[in-house]
Design a binder for this molecule. Structure first.
Ligand SMILES: Nc1ncnc2c1ncn2[C@@H]1O[C@H](COP(=O)(O)OP(=O)(O)O)[C@@H](O)[C@H]1O
Ligand SMILES: CC(=O)N[C@@H](CCC(=O)OP(=O)(O)O)C(=O)O
Length: 306
């Protein structure tokens, strides 16, 4: 506070004017996405800070408030890791996917569809929204099947099918329940667990689930919030944009590895199936979603078809 009240008033006035200008500048972006579905994947790493989870929830409520239709699909890998450790269950990962036996799938469902899903629903509701949590089992949203993944032995060059237990992939998405919410003020929050043909539970990578839902709902954008600035090159610099060919080359030469592999593969698949663009962005940055959607400055790595 200065000792000059007139100077204080002028300073406040300028600050408010700047704020009004920012809002006004966001209008064309808001109009661009008005009535459109946006699938937002909220990764387990990105939600580790309570403050960031609160800001995320606020941003999602804002999207709904301005006439956009956000669908949240969440992960929870680190939170599943923590619970498995407490229970003394060890599960290896292959290319970012967790080997999931019968005991593990039970824990996965409890953490994803129970603990994490309700945490996000509560955060959105506390921010003034009207969130409803569901898993892929609800309303047949995700009918799953066992994931078939082949790997090539680098020495013999022989391909073999990898058995990851109860790791599934979406076989069919029935977006009916999301269509019902679309016409209302409800914000759906989806846990990536699906049901197989015999009623078995499948653990689905959250990126894969988000991509499949984005494609099935004709989502304009797929936003993947994670714990890195985006896809980084070998020197650690952000790659602002990638084509399909570049993605494949980066996986082949090891630039992209681990959990980033299902992420970029999902983005490619989604844009090939009609999603306009997929963006991998830093969920640790406050208001990452608003920056990405409502300003001319994209903040992560954009993946487009072609
Ligand atoms: N080229 C790359 N650029 C950025 N991150 C990468 C890259 N290759 C591998 N990664 C790893 O992928 C991780 C993101 O995937 P993951 O841990 O599954 O995130 P989330 O929990 O958000 O789904 C990063 O934290 C990083 O360790
Ligand atoms: C098959 C598989 O790996 N499923 C994941 C599901 C959660 C997830 O994907 O969480 P993040 O988005 O936080 O990584 C898992 O068990 O960790």
């Amino acid at each position: 506070m200065s000792t000059d009240p007139t100077a204080d008033i002028m300073h406040d006035r300028k600050a408010w004017l700047d704020r009004a200008k920012t809002l006004s500048e966001a209008l064309p972006f808001m109009r661009q996405f008005s009535d459109e579905t946006l699938v937002i994947k909220f990764g387990g790493h990105a939600m580790e800070s309570d403050d960031l989870a609160r800001l995320f929830a606020r941003d999602v409520v804002l999207l709904k408030q301005v006439g956009i239709n956000p669908v949240v699909v969440h992960g929870g890998g680190p939170q599943i890791d923590a619970m498995l450790k407490r229970l003394d269950i060890t599960t290896p990962r292959v290319d970012g996917l967790r080997f999931t036996d019968e005991a593990t799938v039970e824990v996965v469902e409890m953490i994803l569809a129970g603990k994490i899903n309700k945490q996000i629903v509560s955060a959105i509701n506390e921010a003034g929204g009207f969130a409803v949590g569901l898993s892929g089992k609800d309303g047949h949203l995700i009918r799953a099947r066992k994931l078939r993944r082949t790997v090539k032995d680098p020495e013999s060059n022989i391909e073999r099918v990898l058995d990851l237990g109860f790791v599934g992939e979406p076989a069919e998405i029935t977006p009916h329940v999301l269509d019902v919410f679309r016409a209302s003020d409800v914000i759906p929050v989806v846990a990536p667990v699906g049901m197989g043909p015999a009623g078995e539970t499948y653990n689905i990578n959250a990126d894969t689930a988000a991509g499949a839902i984005a494609a099935a709902t004709n989502s304009r954008r797929l936003l993947m919030l994670t714990d890195v600035a985006g896809v980084l090159d070998k020197s650690g610099n952000l790659i602002p944009e990638m084509t399909a060919a570049q993605v494949k080359a980066y996986i082949a030469d090891g630039t992209i590895s681990g959990g980033m592999i299902p992420k970029v593969e999902t983005c490619l698949d989604a844009v090939e199936k009609g999603v306009d663009a997929a963006v991998i962005l830093d969920g640790r940055v406050p208001h990452a979603i608003l920056l990405e959607l409502f300003t001319p400055h994209g903040v992560g790595t954009l993946i487009k078809a072609g």
